[in-house]
Ligand binder design. Structure first.
Ligand code: SF4
Length: 288
């Protein structure tokens, strides 16, 4: 770890950027991680696009990061500070298009590059339209913000076509928590016109109807990950999943755990639901 002219430490930063699975840096555990491990210079809690660019500006200008939402930082004396997390999620219009040039160049130059076909990772929405109404009781995704936010379909298709052409890749993995069914319908004409033969993967709600699944294939969505957490209607009701066991017409998963209590999930936050005696695992005792 080094220090800059104003005494703010410069070096590695840990960041959780919403949309993908919540890491270990969101909420109170992000602040605890920063307090407990002095070699971690910064932790960002919540979505990172705005905070990270503001942090870079602070480092460039040697100014204080005290006003950056969600950031944990140290003052010149080494004391850890945790700024309040932003009260509002980032609007979809503010989601930036990633620049994956370095990643694809490094993959091409790697000795193992020829053994693994690269996938382009893209994002069409953040949050979860179902969880916004019925938060599945086990789900800890979207720690800070559950609100569903979609990029406009035109923008997403533009991004998809530009990026797949730029990086010469046909395999596309969409990082969204859950597919918004309006997407395939409106994207069909433009993707069909482009004739680009993409192989797209998406996470979907498990009670999609046959004709809806057929419409996914029409836009190149060939791989789906449906949330099949149980085949018991009673258990699914307890989970607030909004599906019944008999609606699962797809093959069940081949690897399962009995249950995981995820931070930010209703099972974690509301002990009255079932699990009142939560405590850290033995391996975590003694840490902050
Ligand atoms: S499990 Fe899936 S559908 Fe349920 S709240 Fe989480 S992301 Fe949404």
């Amino acid at each position: 770890m080094q220090g800059d002219a104003a005494g703010w430490p410069v070096g590695d930063a840990l960041n959780h950027c919403g949309g993908a699975e919540v890491g270990d840096c969101d909420g109170p555990q992000g602040a605890a991680l920063h307090r407990g491990f002095p070699f971690v210079d910064y932790v960002n809690r919540g979505e990172g696009e705005v905070s990270f660019t503001r942090l870079l500006a602070c480092l460039r200008d040697a100014s204080s990061p005290a006003g950056i939402p969600g950031l944990c930082w140290r003052d010149a004396g080494g004391t850890s500070h945790a700024n309040a997390v932003s009260a509002a999620p980032l609007p979809a219009s503010a989601l930036v298009t990633p620049d994956c040039t370095d990643c694809f160049e490094q993959h091409a130059a790697s000795r193992t590059g020829s053994m693994a076909e690269p996938h382009l990772l893209v994002e069409s929405s953040r949050g979860c339209w179902w969880g916004q109404k019925h938060h599945c009781t086990f789900c800890g995704l979207n720690g800070s913000f559950m609100e569903s936010r979609d990029k406009s379909q035109d923008r997403f298709v533009d991004e998809l076509l530009v990026m797949t052409e730029r990086y010469r890749v046909l395999n596309v993995a969409v990082a969204d928590n859950i597919l918004d069914m309006a997407y395939p319908r409106s994207a069909v004409p433009r993707l069909a016109e482009a004739e680009c033969d993409l192989r797209i993967s998406y996470e979907i709600k498990s009670n999609m109807r046959r004709e809806q699944l057929v419409s996914l294939v029409a836009v190149g969505i060939h791989y789906v990950q449906p949330g099949i957490e149980s085949l018991s209607g009673r258990v699914l009701k307890l989970m607030d999943k909004g599906v019944t066991g008999c609606q699962h017409h797809l093959a069940p998963p081949d690897g399962v755990t009995r249950i995981a209590i995820e931070r930010f999930s209703p099972y974690f936050n509301r002990p009255e639901l079932a699990f009142g005696d939560l405590r850290p695992g033995a391996q975590l005792r003694g840490h902050p």
